[in-house]
Design a protein around this ligand. Structure first.
Ligand code: G6P
Length: 612
């Protein structure tokens, strides 16, 4: 949610900032802006995407080798040029970029107005800029100290970078609850919300921790202190990220690339964790805490968006295979209830980014209640990975398309492995079935590949569906959450209203919507519910609905009654979600493209929601 990037060194800052902003655009794209210092402070801001900013700057050459840039997902104030970052202090000396929310900005603003400050924008960020200016001039403080003192007065979340026109050889960066990473080059530094703008310049990085303030200087020095003014030793790490993984390659969009990466990303998630020949499966974080898992009163899964849907599949898996009671909670709801959680519970946070504000807050609450915290995260080193007691990475690689695809299948793969492992350890899964599940899990990447080969057929069906205004997705058992995910994918990228429903619940409401214009996508690959789902299809057909069914290869019963079918390889029932979601991802993708939508950056959404 909002991307920030900054540069200080010997090179021209502007091109570095723009290419960094393009990499970070997935975090928000309501407006963008840059400020570059070259004697004078040059500020350019524009509503819209980074390309709109580039067009606005035009051929004008922005010179200077220190600068800051921002791409915004609007919280306080409309997405327009004025509310775009960077924001500039009243004395025009400081410029600042910010990701997060300053919760007490109204109080601070009122106090600053009394001191004579006037504001141009509606943003909380401009207030912070003026606060730093006020403290810097009032107490005649160096910039880093003015930033530190100001942040002691701030309530909320922030990742900021501040530039001072009177100190053109330094930048000050700070974070609390919003990510920030510093790239270390030769006599140059890069600061960004994540490593993607940095990787092409250097692999040496320092991740800032909460309430830390960093000063980077053109002479190559980096110093970090905390908000209590204690000097800290920077922990320099080597980035384990390749540039190809954050580029589209031969694909038109990141989303399509990520859909097609799933045979590999699922395999990467399983790598070193399963071996059917030798008959073992292990998940490090669970192995180390096996007693806790085996004796847990229950597991609470907290997540948002697509990750929450993966959590629902986790519930089916853990309850059926391991007989552990599970509750799946929207993190945003859990955090504001007074949930009954204690030290006998395990709270699993599912998050692609590891930075989702509500999920982090739910974990913090669970920590206060002494639960064991387990993180299932994609983004290495992220806040959730650091806050949890233990956990597992899904190793899906960077996911850049805003709509989650390969992270979702990674999360399900991991939850499946955990459930099988625990179920076997608890003696709930007999050895032959255990071995069968392991073998079948190893077959999943190959089967995903077979489904991807049906892309042309799925695209054809997308063409038949593209003009719909509503769509209904139905599934039962393991495929009910997949119905939810299919509907979510369609609405977020194609803006067609869609609902996912347990197939049997259709009679209690959605059936009223069905007519000849309503496509109904039925996910019918779990055989235990097969006859029942056939009845549901008949109910839809009786009302002239158009049925698109996802079926197992050779399922003639449904093929005979559905309008369109997508046949996919059969698998063991607990593993069906890993396969049945793939055609739904492609279906949404093609529909969105046919409708002229920007699939990688759907309107109003952001990849990483770091505000509540
Ligand atoms: C946003 C994204 C979704 C994602 C959700 C949760 O809404 O657009 O794709 O599922 O956040 O994000 P997380 O990083 O916690 O999985």
């Amino acid at each position: 949610m909002c991307g920030i990037v900054a540069y200080i060194g010997q090179q021209d800052a502007y091109p570095i900032l723009i290419s960094g902003l393009r990499r970070l655009e997935y975090r928000g794209y309501d407006s963008s802006g840059v400020a570059v210092l070259n004697g004078d402070l040059q500020v350019y801001k524009k509503k819209g995407k980074v390309q709109d900013l580039v067009d606005h700057v035009g051929r004008e050459r922005v010179k200077g080798n220190i600068g800051i840039g921002h791409t915004r997902w609007a919280t306080h104030g409309k997405p327009n040029d004025i509310n775009a970052h960077p924001h500039v202090s009243g004395n025009k000396r400081l410029s600042l970029i910010h990701n997060g929310i300053i919760e007490n900005y109204i109080t601070l603003k009122e106090a600053l107005i009394k001191l004579g400050h006037t504001f141009e924008s509606e943003t909380d960020t401009e207030v912070l800029t003026h606060l730093i200016e006020e403290i810097q001039t009032r107490d005649n403080l160096p910039l880093d100290e003015a930033v530190r003192v100001s942040l002691t007065k701030v309530v909320g979340a922030y990742a900021i970078v501040v530039m001072d026109s009177e100190n053109p050889d330094m930048l000050v960066a700070a974070r609390k609850a919003s990510p920030l990473v510093i790239g270390i080059g030769k006599d140059e530094f890069f600061v960004a919300s994540d490593a993607t703008p940095i990787i092409e310049h250097t692999k040496k990085v320092v991740y800032l921790n909460d309430e830390e303030i960093a000063v980077v200087k053109r002479d190559g020095t980096l110093s970090i202190k905390n908000i209590d003014n204690k000097l800290l030793t920077p922990f320099v790490q080597e980035l384990n990220l390749e540039i190809e993984s954050i580029e589209k390659g031969d694909f038109d969009t990141f989303m399509l690339k990520e859909i097609f990466e799933q045979p590999d990303s699922i395999r990467d998630c399983m790598r070193g964790r399963i071996n059917s020949e030798e008959g073992w499966i292990k998940v490090g974080g669970v192995e180390k805490n096996l007693d806790k898992f085996l004796n847990a009163r229950r597991i609470v899964i907290a997540a948002c968006g697509t990750s929450w849907i993966a959590g629902l599949i986790g519930e089916y898996l853990f309850e059926e295979l391991a007989r552990i009671s599970v509750e799946v909670e929207y993190a945003s709801e859990l955090r504001y209830r007074n949930p009954i959680i204690d030290d006998k519970d395990i709270v699993i946070a599912l998050s692609q980014s590891g930075e989702t504000a509500d999920t982090l807050a739910a974990l913090t609450l669970a920590k206060e209640k002494k639960a064991t915290l387990y993180g299932i995260v994609n983004s290495v080193g992220s806040s959730i990975a650091r806050l949890t007691d233990t956990g597992s990475y899904i190793h899906a690689g960077p996911e850049i398309g805003v709509a989650s695809t390969k992270a979702f299948t990674g999360q399900i793969t991991l939850l499946t492995m955990m459930a099988i492992y625990l179920g076997y350890e608890k003696g709930r899964i007999p050895r032959p079935y255990y071995i069968q599940l392991l073998k079948e899990l190893e077959n999943i990447p190959g089967k995903v590949k077979q489904i991807l080969e049906k892309d042309a057929h799925i695209k054809y069906i997308a063409g038949e569906m593209k003009d719909a205004t509503n769509a209904l997705y139905l599934g039962r058992g393991y495929n009910f959450p997949i119905a939810l995910e299919g509907a979510l994918k369609l609405k977020e990228i194609s803006y067609i209203h869609a609902e996912g429903y347990p197939a049997a619940e259709m009679k209690h409401g959605p059936i009223a919507l069905i007519d000849e214009n309503m496509p109904v996508i039925v996910i019918a690959t779990n055989m235990s519910a097969h006859d029942k789902i056939i009845s549901n299809i008949q109910e839809v057909k009786a009302r002239k609905g158009k049925v698109i069914a996802i079926i197992n290869e050779g399922d003639t019963k449904i093929k005979d009654i559905a309008d369109y079918v997508i046949e996919i390889p059969a698998t063991d029932e607990p593993l069906t979600p890993l396969l049945s979601v793939i055609p739904l991802q492609l279906l949404s993708y093609h529909i969105a493209v046919m409708r002229g939508c920007d699939v990688d950056q759907p309107r109003n959404l952001a990849k990483s929601v770091t505000v509540e």
